[in-house]
Design a protein around this ligand. Structure first.
Ligand code: SF4
Length: 214
């Protein structure tokens, strides 16, 4: 996927797979407590390689071309440094923030059962959220807009772990929230907050705005 001298590849990794590998390497010069981010998913079977790029299902940099075209050839991007990828080094640098996804919601579904009768038998289900996908990158703001009752609050509550998703994944700092222990989840919730629409029930008017934005 990428070839070059050790020094060049370690100093200037370019292929999304190499970038992913380096994110999971512990470093002495990084702040204590930094979480190692694994590459999600599994490599494809070697006896059934896809016609497209083998890293496609796990790549966060993919573009439309990657979905349609066969696996690209190795291309020399610098003397002696070759990469097998459709995304150019400039685009990779521009998209490098994709490494900094704070929150990833993938195909989230939250269905509530409708129970009836003496035996509380499930007779139907309400699809409050049905296949929602979005990313929130660090230091970015995302607005989720929709009519009343469309499931915005349910999405928020599911992210906080107040509702258990029926399907889909919620990744916070690259970690699947569904796989976290209750103790780890309590730690994670310290980094999240639900701010209600009525500012007086969410914010203290005696505090400065800056305090809430930090
Ligand atoms: S070719 Fe596309 S899918 Fe493959 S590594 Fe590059 S950006 Fe990702």
């Amino acid at each position: 996927m990428e070839s070059g001298t050790c020094k060049e590849v370690f100093r200037h990794p370019l292929h999304p797979y190499t970038l992913g590998l380096f994110k999971s390497v512990p470093r002495l010069n990084e702040p204590k407590g930094r979480k190692l981010v694994p590459i999600q998913g599994a490599p494809p079977s070697l006896i059934d390689l896809p016609p497209t790029c083998a890293f496609l299902p796990r790549c966060t940099y993919k573009i439309d071309t990657c979905l349609k075209e066969p696996w690209p050839d190795l291309q020399e991007v610098k003397p002696g440094h070759c990469v097998r990828c459709y995304v150019t080094p400039e685009e990779r640098v521009l998209n490098k923030d994709q490494d900094h996804n704070l929150l990833e919601v993938r195909d989230l579904k939250v269905y509530f059962p409708v129970m009836r009768g003496l035996l509380r038998k499930q007779v139907a289900e309400v699809k409050a959220v049905d296949g929602v996908t979005f990313n929130v990158r660090k230091v970015k703001v995302l607005g989720l807009v929709g009519e009343s009752g469309c499931g915005k609050t349910t999405v928020g509550r599911s992210i906080l772990g107040l509702y258990r998703p029926s399907a889909g994944q919620i990744l916070f700092e690259g970690q699947d929230l569904a796989k976290r222990s209750e103790k780890a989840m309590r730690e994670t919730r310290r980094k999240m907050a639900l701010i209600f629409q009525d500012p007086y029930s969410s914010l203290d008017p005696r505090q400065k705005r800056r305090k809430y934005c930090q």
